[in-house]
Design a protein. Structure first.
Length: 230
């Protein structure tokens, strides 16, 4: 099955309200061209330099999609990231949010859509806010969102999580449930500059369960492109 067929198969399976972000890590410009031609609207990259190189290789094709930062954002890459990405999905602290907010003007922008990244499995190998370090977690998230809402250049549009890398997708369900609970809680606050539109959770091995638990944005690479050969 080729890229077009795999992409269209997945988009045919998921509900219409779910956005598919194509995870482009290690993929070639030709592969990204093929998936854009198949109808992709959103592309996610893990690294600033890879995203810059990809956009330069694609030329005008790059303007046909929204670009999402879905990897850890280093402070020394913020200026470049703001010029490359339409959406930053990986804000993992108030300090990161403040650093972004200070640099938005320099990047020639006024508002940047951001998601807060949560490391729901409390895994040391992953970035994101660990619930176990901030209990009671729901109260911590309410405070953080209210503090972030005071930053005039950021618009908080959602939450992002990977979920633990279990062998069975079903084992992620309880983690996804908790994220959805936090998402709903924050959505009901009515905080200025906070519009919780997107719950970005679920990848190739878990997106079906994630959607069942309320995800409306999934990030899929292998399911679209096939296994990496390099």
């Amino acid at each position: 099955m080729n890229i077009r067929a795999r992409y269209q198969q997945i988009t045919g399976e998921v509900p219409g309200h779910v956005t598919l972000v194509v995870a482009a890590k290690t993929r070639t410009p030709q592969e990204i061209r093929e998936v854009i031609a198949a109808g992709a609207t959103d592309v996610g990259e893990n690294y600033v330099q890879e995203a810059l190189a990809m956009r330069e290789s694609l030329g005008e094709e790059a303007e046909k999609v929204r670009w999402h930062m879905i990897g850890h954002l280093q402070y020394n890459k913020i200026n470049k990231a703001l010029r490359i990405f339409d959406v930053i999905q990986t804000v993992d602290s108030l300090d990161t949010a403040r650093a972004l907010d200070k640099r938005v003007d320099q990047a020639g922008r006024t508002i940047v859509p951001c998601y807060i990244e949560i490391n729901i499995g409390n895994e040391d190998t992953k970035a994101g806010i660990k619930p176990e370090e901030h209990e009671p977690f729901e109260e911590y998230m309410v405070r953080m969102v209210r503090d972030m809402s005071a930053l005039g250049h950021l618009r908080i549009e959602g939450l992002m999580t990977m979920g633990p890398r279990f062998g069975k997708a079903e084992d992620s369900r309880s983690y996804f449930k908790r994220i959805k609970h936090v998402f709903d809680l924050l959505n009901d606050l009515g905080t200025p500059r906070v519009d919780m539109k997107y719950l970005s959770m679920g990848m190739t091995n878990s997106y079906r369960v994630a959607i069942e638990e309320g995800s409306n944005m999934v990030r899929i690479g292998t399911g679209v492109f096939g296994e990496r050969t390099g």
